[in-house]
Ligand binder design. Sequence first.
Ligand code: PRP
Ligand code: URA
Length: 210
Amino acid sequence: MERKIIIMDHPLIQHKLSILRNVETSTKDFRELVNEIAMLMIYDATRDLPLQDKEVQTPCGVAHCKKISGRKLAFVPILRAGLGMVEGALMLVPSARVGHIGLYRDESTLEPVEYYCKLPKDIEQRDVFVLDPMLATGGSAIDAINQIKKRTPRSVKFMCIIAAPEGLEALKKAHPDVDIFAAGLDDHLNENGYIVPGLGDAGDRIFGTK
Ligand code: PRP
Ligand code: URA
């Protein structure tokens, strides 16, 4: 099956993204919006989960229903900023397991530096969504997915809020089997590796640092 690259153009996602980008948006609102956008993105990105028939007794008869057929999910946020997306994702899939990968970009080389990795024990039975609001050079996403793939999950998808063309190309090349979901595809990276126009430093805006 061909891999998917989807820029999610749902009006609610796009509306919330416009508020998120605004430099005047408060930390509290920023944090809430990241979760709301993640929830809406997960809603759309799980539309191909397989279903099975299920009969349900209602007060008035038997309804022929559908339920999700045994697919197990895991969400793996890239620390720190990916943490901001977890609550929203779990609102829709509360039974999902959550792993964590700690990475930060070295400010001068822009290379990812790993400092933590804890993944669900049964990850080989799970479809994994890697969560990070920002795909800039792509280094962090590529490195995180390398680590996750060592544990042979059923599948890996990457979900970000804003992607830069440079990061998208790098991630496509490094992981040709990974579906990629973004709410916005921006213009370019600046000389400091920040996405333009982007939204600034996602981790700092979620946690109110700096
Ligand atoms: C940000 C962001 C991504 C990474 C993207 O994290 O959340 O993880 O940068 O950049 P890249 O695509 O060039 O690798 P940062 O390194 O600022 O760490 P933080 O979340 O701890 O602030
Ligand atoms: N990380 C961020 O948080 N913002 C960017 O624009 C690039 C990397």
